[in-house]
Design a protein around this ligand. Structure first.
Ligand SMILES: Nc1ncnc2c1ncn2[C@@H]1O[C@H](COP(=O)(O)OP(=O)(O)OP(=O)(O)O)[C@@H](O)[C@H]1O
Ligand SMILES: [Mg+2]
Length: 475
Protein backbone atom coordinates (compact mmCIF):
# COMPACT_ATOMS: atom_id res chain seq x y z
CA UNK A 1 0.00 0.00 0.00
CA UNK A 2 1.25 3.47 -0.74
CA UNK A 3 1.12 6.07 2.00
CA UNK A 4 0.32 9.54 0.77
CA UNK A 5 1.91 12.47 2.55
CA UNK A 6 -0.89 14.98 2.90
CA UNK A 7 1.72 17.34 4.25
CA UNK A 8 -0.41 18.66 7.06
CA UNK A 9 -0.16 15.96 9.65
CA UNK A 10 2.69 17.43 11.61
CA UNK A 11 0.63 19.35 14.12
CA UNK A 12 -0.66 16.57 16.36
CA UNK A 13 0.72 13.42 17.86
CA UNK A 14 -1.28 10.71 16.10
CA UNK A 15 -1.06 12.48 12.74
CA UNK A 16 2.66 12.66 13.30
CA UNK A 17 2.75 8.94 13.90
CA UNK A 18 1.05 8.28 10.61
CA UNK A 19 3.45 10.66 8.96
CA UNK A 20 6.36 8.76 10.50
CA UNK A 21 4.74 5.49 9.51
CA UNK A 22 4.49 6.69 5.93
CA UNK A 23 8.29 6.47 5.72
CA UNK A 24 8.04 2.75 6.28
CA UNK A 25 6.85 2.15 2.76
CA UNK A 26 10.41 1.75 1.56
CA UNK A 27 11.30 -0.81 4.21
CA UNK A 28 12.02 -4.40 3.21
CA UNK A 29 9.21 -6.79 4.19
CA UNK A 30 11.08 -9.91 5.11
CA UNK A 31 8.36 -11.42 7.26
CA UNK A 32 5.45 -11.64 4.82
CA UNK A 33 5.39 -14.92 2.92
CA UNK A 34 2.98 -13.48 0.37
CA UNK A 35 4.02 -11.03 -2.35
CA UNK A 36 4.34 -7.53 -0.97
CA UNK A 37 2.07 -4.63 -1.93
CA UNK A 38 2.96 -2.49 -4.88
CA UNK A 39 4.63 0.57 -3.54
CA UNK A 40 6.22 3.59 -5.01
CA UNK A 41 10.00 3.54 -5.48
CA UNK A 42 11.77 2.91 -2.20
CA UNK A 43 12.59 6.10 -0.39
CA UNK A 44 15.56 6.55 1.91
CA UNK A 45 14.60 6.17 5.54
CA UNK A 46 14.96 9.56 7.13
CA UNK A 47 14.63 8.28 10.65
CA UNK A 48 15.96 5.40 12.70
CA UNK A 49 14.14 2.33 11.50
CA UNK A 50 11.22 1.87 13.90
CA UNK A 51 10.51 -1.63 15.15
CA UNK A 52 7.00 -2.46 14.02
CA UNK A 53 4.74 -3.82 16.73
CA UNK A 54 3.82 -7.37 15.98
CA UNK A 55 4.20 -11.04 16.48
CA UNK A 56 7.51 -11.45 14.70
CA UNK A 57 10.32 -12.52 16.86
CA UNK A 58 12.92 -9.83 17.20
CA UNK A 59 15.49 -12.20 18.71
CA UNK A 60 17.64 -12.39 15.61
CA UNK A 61 17.92 -8.64 15.24
CA UNK A 62 18.78 -8.12 18.87
CA UNK A 63 21.26 -10.95 19.25
CA UNK A 64 24.13 -8.48 18.96
CA UNK A 65 23.21 -6.68 22.18
CA UNK A 66 22.10 -9.59 24.30
CA UNK A 67 23.03 -8.24 27.73
CA UNK A 68 22.06 -4.85 29.13
CA UNK A 69 24.95 -2.57 28.29
CA UNK A 70 25.50 0.51 30.46
CA UNK A 71 26.37 3.57 28.41
CA UNK A 72 29.31 5.68 29.46
CA UNK A 73 28.26 8.30 31.96
CA UNK A 74 31.84 9.18 32.83
CA UNK A 75 31.45 12.81 31.83
CA UNK A 76 28.63 13.40 34.32
CA UNK A 77 29.27 14.55 37.86
CA UNK A 78 26.67 12.20 39.36
CA UNK A 79 26.20 9.04 37.30
CA UNK A 80 22.64 8.46 36.13
CA UNK A 81 20.94 5.08 36.14
CA UNK A 82 22.54 3.18 33.21
CA UNK A 83 20.44 3.13 30.07
CA UNK A 84 19.54 -0.51 29.72
CA UNK A 85 19.05 -1.93 26.25
CA UNK A 86 16.73 -4.43 27.86
CA UNK A 87 14.40 -1.51 28.63
CA UNK A 88 14.79 -0.41 25.06
CA UNK A 89 13.62 -3.81 23.82
CA UNK A 90 10.62 -3.59 26.19
CA UNK A 91 9.66 -0.21 24.70
CA UNK A 92 9.95 -1.64 21.20
CA UNK A 93 8.10 -4.87 21.89
CA UNK A 94 5.15 -3.23 23.67
CA UNK A 95 5.18 0.00 21.64
CA UNK A 96 1.89 1.86 21.57
CA UNK A 97 3.16 4.43 19.11
CA UNK A 98 3.14 2.55 15.81
CA UNK A 99 0.07 1.15 14.12
CA UNK A 100 0.44 -2.47 13.04
CA UNK A 101 1.32 -2.69 9.35
CA UNK A 102 2.05 -6.39 9.12
CA UNK A 103 -0.93 -8.75 9.04
CA UNK A 104 0.88 -11.25 11.23
CA UNK A 105 1.03 -8.65 13.97
CA UNK A 106 -2.68 -7.85 13.83
CA UNK A 107 -4.43 -9.70 16.65
CA UNK A 108 -8.08 -10.65 16.54
CA UNK A 109 -9.14 -8.89 13.35
CA UNK A 110 -9.64 -11.74 10.88
CA UNK A 111 -13.38 -11.35 10.58
CA UNK A 112 -13.12 -7.56 10.18
CA UNK A 113 -10.53 -8.04 7.41
CA UNK A 114 -12.70 -10.61 5.65
CA UNK A 115 -15.71 -8.30 5.81
CA UNK A 116 -13.76 -5.34 4.46
CA UNK A 117 -12.33 -7.35 1.57
CA UNK A 118 -15.78 -8.70 0.72
CA UNK A 119 -17.48 -5.29 0.90
CA UNK A 120 -14.85 -3.09 -0.74
CA UNK A 121 -12.90 -5.35 -3.10
CA UNK A 122 -15.67 -7.74 -4.10
CA UNK A 123 -18.88 -5.71 -3.77
CA UNK A 124 -17.23 -2.38 -4.62
CA UNK A 125 -18.76 -0.53 -1.70
CA UNK A 126 -17.24 2.40 0.10
CA UNK A 127 -16.52 1.81 3.78
CA UNK A 128 -16.40 3.64 7.07
CA UNK A 129 -14.03 2.23 9.71
CA UNK A 130 -14.87 3.69 13.10
CA UNK A 131 -14.15 3.07 16.78
CA UNK A 132 -12.65 4.63 19.87
CA UNK A 133 -9.16 6.10 20.13
CA UNK A 134 -6.52 3.40 20.12
CA UNK A 135 -8.96 0.64 19.17
CA UNK A 136 -6.81 -0.21 16.15
CA UNK A 137 -8.52 1.62 13.27
CA UNK A 138 -5.32 2.65 11.51
CA UNK A 139 -3.81 -0.80 12.01
CA UNK A 140 -6.88 -2.46 10.50
CA UNK A 141 -7.03 0.01 7.61
CA UNK A 142 -3.37 -0.42 6.73
CA UNK A 143 -3.38 -4.20 6.82
CA UNK A 144 -6.58 -4.15 4.75
CA UNK A 145 -4.77 -1.87 2.27
CA UNK A 146 -2.02 -4.46 1.87
CA UNK A 147 -4.55 -7.23 1.31
CA UNK A 148 -6.31 -5.10 -1.30
CA UNK A 149 -2.97 -4.49 -3.03
CA UNK A 150 -2.45 -8.23 -3.20
CA UNK A 151 -5.91 -8.66 -4.66
CA UNK A 152 -4.81 -6.48 -7.60
CA UNK A 153 -6.07 -3.10 -6.39
CA UNK A 154 -4.01 0.00 -5.75
CA UNK A 155 -4.56 1.06 -2.13
CA UNK A 156 -3.49 4.59 -1.24
CA UNK A 157 -3.36 5.80 2.35
CA UNK A 158 -3.53 9.39 3.58
CA UNK A 159 -4.60 11.17 6.73
CA UNK A 160 -6.71 14.29 7.20
CA UNK A 161 -6.18 17.46 9.21
CA UNK A 162 -8.73 19.52 11.10
CA UNK A 163 -8.77 22.41 8.63
CA UNK A 164 -8.88 20.24 5.50
CA UNK A 165 -11.27 21.16 2.72
CA UNK A 166 -12.38 18.87 -0.10
CA UNK A 167 -9.47 19.89 -2.29
CA UNK A 168 -6.77 19.20 0.29
CA UNK A 169 -8.35 15.86 1.21
CA UNK A 170 -8.16 14.41 -2.28
CA UNK A 171 -5.50 16.32 -4.22
CA UNK A 172 -2.57 14.43 -2.63
CA UNK A 173 -3.93 11.15 -4.06
CA UNK A 174 -3.93 12.39 -7.66
CA UNK A 175 -0.23 11.90 -8.32
CA UNK A 176 -0.34 8.25 -7.21
CA UNK A 177 -3.52 7.07 -8.93
CA UNK A 178 -2.98 4.65 -11.85
CA UNK A 179 -4.26 6.90 -14.63
CA UNK A 180 -4.18 6.88 -18.40
CA UNK A 181 -1.84 9.36 -20.14
CA UNK A 182 -4.85 11.58 -20.83
CA UNK A 183 -5.85 11.34 -17.18
CA UNK A 184 -2.38 12.35 -16.03
CA UNK A 185 -2.57 15.34 -18.32
CA UNK A 186 -5.98 16.30 -16.90
CA UNK A 187 -4.66 15.86 -13.37
CA UNK A 188 -1.70 18.11 -14.22
CA UNK A 189 -4.09 20.81 -15.42
CA UNK A 190 -6.11 20.45 -12.22
CA UNK A 191 -3.00 21.36 -10.24
CA UNK A 192 -3.68 25.05 -10.96
CA UNK A 193 -7.44 24.91 -10.39
CA UNK A 194 -9.57 24.08 -7.40
CA UNK A 195 -10.63 20.44 -7.22
CA UNK A 196 -14.38 20.07 -6.96
CA UNK A 197 -16.61 17.02 -6.63
CA UNK A 198 -17.77 16.87 -10.23
CA UNK A 199 -14.31 17.19 -11.76
CA UNK A 200 -12.78 14.68 -9.39
CA UNK A 201 -15.60 12.17 -9.95
CA UNK A 202 -15.23 12.54 -13.75
CA UNK A 203 -11.47 12.01 -13.55
CA UNK A 204 -11.79 8.97 -11.29
CA UNK A 205 -14.40 7.33 -13.48
CA UNK A 206 -12.98 8.14 -16.91
CA UNK A 207 -9.25 7.95 -16.40
CA UNK A 208 -8.34 5.58 -13.59
CA UNK A 209 -7.15 2.35 -15.22
CA UNK A 210 -7.02 0.01 -12.23
CA UNK A 211 -9.23 -0.71 -9.23
CA UNK A 212 -8.13 1.79 -6.59
CA UNK A 213 -8.96 2.33 -2.94
CA UNK A 214 -8.44 5.67 -1.25
CA UNK A 215 -8.08 5.30 2.53
CA UNK A 216 -8.62 8.57 4.36
CA UNK A 217 -7.60 8.24 8.03
CA UNK A 218 -8.31 10.68 10.89
CA UNK A 219 -11.47 11.78 9.09
CA UNK A 220 -13.07 12.67 12.45
CA UNK A 221 -10.71 15.65 12.60
CA UNK A 222 -12.24 17.35 9.55
CA UNK A 223 -14.23 20.30 10.91
CA UNK A 224 -15.72 21.72 7.72
CA UNK A 225 -19.33 20.63 7.18
CA UNK A 226 -19.00 21.69 3.54
CA UNK A 227 -16.03 19.34 3.07
CA UNK A 228 -17.94 16.47 4.70
CA UNK A 229 -21.01 17.00 2.58
CA UNK A 230 -18.87 17.18 -0.57
CA UNK A 231 -17.23 13.90 0.40
CA UNK A 232 -20.69 12.32 0.82
CA UNK A 233 -21.66 13.65 -2.62
CA UNK A 234 -18.47 12.23 -4.14
CA UNK A 235 -19.18 8.80 -2.66
CA UNK A 236 -22.70 8.89 -4.08
CA UNK A 237 -21.51 9.98 -7.52
CA UNK A 238 -18.79 7.32 -7.64
CA UNK A 239 -21.36 4.69 -6.77
CA UNK A 240 -23.91 5.86 -9.32
CA UNK A 241 -21.41 5.84 -12.15
CA UNK A 242 -19.72 2.54 -11.25
CA UNK A 243 -16.35 4.04 -10.60
CA UNK A 244 -13.26 1.84 -10.26
CA UNK A 245 -12.37 3.86 -7.15
CA UNK A 246 -13.70 3.19 -3.66
CA UNK A 247 -13.20 5.41 -0.63
CA UNK A 248 -12.60 4.21 2.94
CA UNK A 249 -13.11 6.79 5.67
CA UNK A 250 -11.44 6.05 9.02
CA UNK A 251 -11.97 7.89 12.29
CA UNK A 252 -13.03 8.06 15.90
CA UNK A 253 -16.81 7.72 16.16
CA UNK A 254 -19.49 5.69 17.87
CA UNK A 255 -21.31 4.99 14.62
CA UNK A 256 -21.32 5.82 10.91
CA UNK A 257 -23.28 9.04 11.48
CA UNK A 258 -20.50 10.24 13.74
CA UNK A 259 -18.20 10.32 10.70
CA UNK A 260 -20.36 10.99 7.69
CA UNK A 261 -23.77 12.53 7.28
CA UNK A 262 -24.87 9.88 4.79
CA UNK A 263 -27.98 10.34 2.73
CA UNK A 264 -30.24 7.26 2.99
CA UNK A 265 -29.55 6.39 -0.65
CA UNK A 266 -25.81 6.40 0.06
CA UNK A 267 -26.15 4.27 3.17
CA UNK A 268 -26.82 1.13 1.13
CA UNK A 269 -23.48 1.57 -0.60
CA UNK A 270 -21.38 2.11 2.51
CA UNK A 271 -20.06 -0.81 4.54
CA UNK A 272 -19.85 0.18 8.20
CA UNK A 273 -16.95 -1.48 10.00
CA UNK A 274 -16.82 -0.96 13.72
CA UNK A 275 -13.44 -1.63 15.32
CA UNK A 276 -14.78 -3.52 18.30
CA UNK A 277 -12.96 -4.67 21.44
CA UNK A 278 -10.64 -7.63 20.89
CA UNK A 279 -11.50 -10.85 22.72
CA UNK A 280 -9.57 -11.60 25.91
CA UNK A 281 -7.81 -14.72 24.50
CA UNK A 282 -6.61 -12.67 21.50
CA UNK A 283 -5.34 -9.92 23.80
CA UNK A 284 -3.53 -12.58 25.83
CA UNK A 285 -1.94 -13.90 22.65
CA UNK A 286 -0.83 -10.36 21.77
CA UNK A 287 0.64 -9.81 25.24
CA UNK A 288 2.48 -13.15 25.18
CA UNK A 289 4.00 -12.28 21.85
CA UNK A 290 5.10 -8.81 23.05
CA UNK A 291 6.58 -10.41 26.18
CA UNK A 292 8.41 -12.99 24.09
CA UNK A 293 9.90 -10.23 21.95
CA UNK A 294 11.05 -8.50 25.15
CA UNK A 295 12.36 -11.88 26.36
CA UNK A 296 10.07 -11.97 29.36
CA UNK A 297 7.80 -14.67 30.70
CA UNK A 298 4.40 -13.99 32.18
CA UNK A 299 2.82 -15.66 35.19
CA UNK A 300 -0.69 -16.82 34.25
CA UNK A 301 -2.37 -14.53 36.82
CA UNK A 302 -0.26 -11.60 35.57
CA UNK A 303 -1.41 -12.28 32.00
CA UNK A 304 -5.03 -12.55 33.13
CA UNK A 305 -4.83 -9.26 35.05
CA UNK A 306 -3.26 -7.39 32.12
CA UNK A 307 -5.73 -8.63 29.51
CA UNK A 308 -8.63 -8.03 31.92
CA UNK A 309 -7.60 -4.41 32.65
CA UNK A 310 -7.31 -3.65 28.92
CA UNK A 311 -11.02 -4.47 28.43
CA UNK A 312 -10.61 -5.34 24.75
CA UNK A 313 -8.28 -2.47 23.80
CA UNK A 314 -4.97 -3.43 22.14
CA UNK A 315 -3.61 0.02 22.99
CA UNK A 316 -4.24 -0.44 26.72
CA UNK A 317 -2.96 -4.03 26.64
CA UNK A 318 0.37 -2.83 25.23
CA UNK A 319 0.56 0.18 27.55
CA UNK A 320 -0.19 -1.81 30.71
CA UNK A 321 2.08 -4.63 29.55
CA UNK A 322 4.93 -2.17 28.98
CA UNK A 323 4.59 -0.58 32.42
CA UNK A 324 4.47 -3.98 34.12
CA UNK A 325 7.46 -5.20 32.09
CA UNK A 326 9.47 -2.17 33.20
CA UNK A 327 8.75 -3.11 36.83
CA UNK A 328 9.94 -6.68 36.14
CA UNK A 329 13.06 -5.35 34.46
CA UNK A 330 13.80 -2.92 37.30
CA UNK A 331 13.68 -5.90 39.67
CA UNK A 332 16.27 -7.68 37.52
CA UNK A 333 13.85 -10.54 36.80
CA UNK A 334 12.69 -12.32 33.63
CA UNK A 335 9.24 -13.40 34.78
CA UNK A 336 6.41 -10.92 35.23
CA UNK A 337 4.32 -11.48 38.37
CA UNK A 338 0.89 -10.26 39.42
CA UNK A 339 2.60 -7.80 41.79
CA UNK A 340 4.52 -6.34 38.80
CA UNK A 341 1.23 -5.91 36.94
CA UNK A 342 -0.38 -4.15 39.89
CA UNK A 343 2.56 -1.77 40.13
CA UNK A 344 2.60 -1.31 36.34
CA UNK A 345 -1.11 -0.46 36.29
CA UNK A 346 -0.53 2.12 39.03
CA UNK A 347 2.26 3.76 36.97
CA UNK A 348 0.09 3.75 33.84
CA UNK A 349 -2.65 5.47 35.85
CA UNK A 350 -0.18 8.05 37.20
CA UNK A 351 1.02 8.84 33.67
CA UNK A 352 -2.54 9.18 32.43
CA UNK A 353 -3.37 11.47 35.39
CA UNK A 354 -0.43 13.70 34.39
CA UNK A 355 -1.72 14.00 30.84
CA UNK A 356 -5.46 14.12 31.51
CA UNK A 357 -5.52 16.07 34.76
CA UNK A 358 -9.08 17.40 34.50
CA UNK A 359 -10.70 14.06 33.68
CA UNK A 360 -8.65 12.31 36.37
CA UNK A 361 -9.68 14.90 38.96
CA UNK A 362 -13.33 14.55 37.94
CA UNK A 363 -13.23 10.74 38.21
CA UNK A 364 -11.51 10.93 41.59
CA UNK A 365 -14.10 13.32 42.92
CA UNK A 366 -17.20 11.59 41.61
CA UNK A 367 -15.98 8.17 42.75
CA UNK A 368 -15.43 9.64 46.21
CA UNK A 369 -18.80 11.39 46.37
CA UNK A 370 -20.96 8.83 44.62
CA UNK A 371 -21.46 6.23 47.38
CA UNK A 372 -24.29 4.06 46.08
CA UNK A 373 -23.69 5.02 42.43
CA UNK A 374 -19.99 4.07 42.50
CA UNK A 375 -20.65 0.66 41.00
CA UNK A 376 -22.85 2.24 38.33
CA UNK A 377 -20.09 4.73 37.44
CA UNK A 378 -17.67 1.81 37.08
CA UNK A 379 -20.24 -0.02 34.97
CA UNK A 380 -20.46 3.06 32.71
CA UNK A 381 -16.70 2.69 32.15
CA UNK A 382 -17.03 -0.99 31.31
CA UNK A 383 -19.99 -0.31 29.00
CA UNK A 384 -18.11 2.47 27.19
CA UNK A 385 -15.12 0.18 26.62
CA UNK A 386 -17.33 -2.48 25.07
CA UNK A 387 -19.93 -0.41 23.16
CA UNK A 388 -18.17 2.98 22.71
CA UNK A 389 -21.42 4.82 23.41
CA UNK A 390 -23.43 4.88 26.61
CA UNK A 391 -26.82 6.28 27.59
CA UNK A 392 -29.11 6.38 30.58
CA UNK A 393 -31.28 3.62 29.05
CA UNK A 394 -28.29 1.38 28.41
CA UNK A 395 -27.02 1.85 31.93
CA UNK A 396 -30.42 0.97 33.41
CA UNK A 397 -30.63 -2.18 31.29
CA UNK A 398 -27.03 -3.20 32.02
CA UNK A 399 -27.51 -2.37 35.69
CA UNK A 400 -30.36 -4.86 35.85
CA UNK A 401 -28.46 -7.53 33.91
CA UNK A 402 -25.06 -7.12 35.52
CA UNK A 403 -25.70 -5.75 39.01
CA UNK A 404 -29.24 -7.05 39.57
CA UNK A 405 -31.77 -5.02 41.55
CA UNK A 406 -34.87 -3.11 40.55
CA UNK A 407 -35.81 0.56 40.51
CA UNK A 408 -32.70 1.52 42.47
CA UNK A 409 -30.77 1.05 39.23
CA UNK A 410 -32.71 3.81 37.56
CA UNK A 411 -31.75 6.36 40.20
CA UNK A 412 -28.15 5.18 40.19
CA UNK A 413 -27.95 5.27 36.40
CA UNK A 414 -29.32 8.83 36.31
CA UNK A 415 -26.89 9.84 39.06
CA UNK A 416 -23.92 8.20 37.31
CA UNK A 417 -24.76 9.89 33.98
CA UNK A 418 -25.15 13.26 35.68
CA UNK A 419 -21.85 12.98 37.52
CA UNK A 420 -19.96 11.76 34.43
CA UNK A 421 -21.49 14.44 32.18
CA UNK A 422 -18.46 16.80 32.10
CA UNK A 423 -16.34 13.94 30.70
CA UNK A 424 -18.88 12.96 28.05
CA UNK A 425 -19.63 14.24 24.59
CA UNK A 426 -23.03 14.01 22.94
CA UNK A 427 -23.46 11.94 19.80
CA UNK A 428 -25.57 13.18 16.88
CA UNK A 429 -29.17 12.53 17.87
CA UNK A 430 -28.61 13.55 21.47
CA UNK A 431 -29.41 10.41 23.53
CA UNK A 432 -26.06 8.66 23.27
CA UNK A 433 -22.77 9.77 24.76
CA UNK A 434 -19.10 8.91 24.33
CA UNK A 435 -16.28 9.67 26.72
CA UNK A 436 -14.57 12.73 25.28
CA UNK A 437 -11.26 11.03 26.02
CA UNK A 438 -12.06 7.63 24.58
CA UNK A 439 -8.99 6.16 26.32
CA UNK A 440 -10.50 7.07 29.72
CA UNK A 441 -12.87 4.14 30.51
CA UNK A 442 -10.05 1.69 31.32
CA UNK A 443 -8.55 4.25 33.70
CA UNK A 444 -11.93 4.93 35.28
CA UNK A 445 -12.21 1.24 36.10
CA UNK A 446 -8.69 1.11 37.53
CA UNK A 447 -9.62 4.06 39.76
CA UNK A 448 -12.92 2.50 40.81
CA UNK A 449 -11.04 -0.63 41.91
CA UNK A 450 -8.85 1.35 44.27
CA UNK A 451 -10.15 1.58 47.85
CA UNK A 452 -12.04 4.83 48.43
CA UNK A 453 -9.73 7.32 50.21
CA UNK A 454 -10.66 8.17 53.82
CA UNK A 455 -10.36 11.92 53.25
CA UNK A 456 -11.92 13.91 50.39
CA UNK A 457 -9.66 14.37 47.37
CA UNK A 458 -7.75 17.66 47.23
CA UNK A 459 -9.59 20.39 45.30
CA UNK A 460 -8.79 20.74 41.60
CA UNK A 461 -7.16 24.03 40.43
CA UNK A 462 -10.58 25.15 39.09
CA UNK A 463 -12.21 24.48 42.45
CA UNK A 464 -9.44 26.37 44.23
CA UNK A 465 -9.92 29.38 41.93
CA UNK A 466 -13.68 29.24 42.44
CA UNK A 467 -13.05 29.37 46.21
CA UNK A 468 -10.80 32.41 45.70
CA UNK A 469 -13.57 34.15 43.77
CA UNK A 470 -16.09 33.62 46.55
CA UNK A 471 -17.70 36.95 47.44
CA UNK A 472 -17.32 38.49 43.97
CA UNK A 473 -20.70 39.50 42.50
CA UNK A 474 -22.60 36.97 44.56
CA UNK A 475 -20.32 34.02 43.84
N1 LIG B 1 -5.27 -5.81 16.23
C1 LIG B 1 -4.16 -5.38 16.84
N2 LIG B 1 -3.19 -6.25 17.21
C2 LIG B 1 -2.07 -5.81 17.85
N3 LIG B 1 -1.83 -4.53 18.17
C3 LIG B 1 -2.76 -3.63 17.80
C4 LIG B 1 -3.96 -4.01 17.13
N4 LIG B 1 -4.70 -2.91 16.89
C5 LIG B 1 -3.99 -1.90 17.39
N5 LIG B 1 -2.83 -2.31 17.94
C6 LIG B 1 -1.84 -1.47 18.62
O1 LIG B 1 -2.56 -0.52 19.40
C7 LIG B 1 -2.01 0.78 19.25
C8 LIG B 1 -3.07 1.70 18.63
O2 LIG B 1 -3.35 1.23 17.31
P1 LIG B 1 -3.82 2.18 16.11
O3 LIG B 1 -2.89 3.33 15.97
O4 LIG B 1 -4.07 1.32 14.93
O5 LIG B 1 -5.21 2.67 16.74
P2 LIG B 1 -6.19 3.80 16.21
O6 LIG B 1 -7.56 3.36 16.54
O7 LIG B 1 -5.88 4.15 14.81
O8 LIG B 1 -5.75 5.00 17.17
P3 LIG B 1 -6.12 6.57 17.00
O9 LIG B 1 -7.56 6.70 17.42
O10 LIG B 1 -5.20 7.26 17.98
O11 LIG B 1 -5.87 6.95 15.58
C9 LIG B 1 -0.77 0.61 18.36
O12 LIG B 1 0.34 0.42 19.22
C10 LIG B 1 -1.00 -0.66 17.60
O13 LIG B 1 0.21 -1.30 17.32
MG1 LIG C 1 -5.32 5.97 13.93
Amino acid sequence: MTAIDHGFAQDRPSGMLDWLASFRRGMPRTEAPTPGPRTTAAEPLLLDTPVPPGFRSVHQTEEAHEAPRPLSMGAMATPLKPISLRRDSIYNAFSTAMPVTDRHGLAGRNSELEKLVEAIVVQRKHAVIFGTRGSGKTSLARVFGDLADEAGCVALYGSASGDADFDSLFRPFLAELPMSAAGKEKARKLMDEPLDVTRLAALLVEDVRQRSILILDEYDRVRSDDAKSEVATLLKLLTDIHSPVQVVLVGIAGDVDGLIAAHPSLRRHIAPQRVAPISKPELERLLLSCAENARLQLDPDALDALAGAAMGSPYHARLFGMQAALVTEAGGRDRMTLADVEQGLASALDDWAEMSGATHALFRRILWEANASRRMIALAGVAASQMSVISYDRLVRLGQEVLGGGSINEQQAADAMRRLQPALTTMPGGDLFMFEDTLAPQFLLLMAKQPAPAVPPAPTPAEEMRAMLRGVDGL
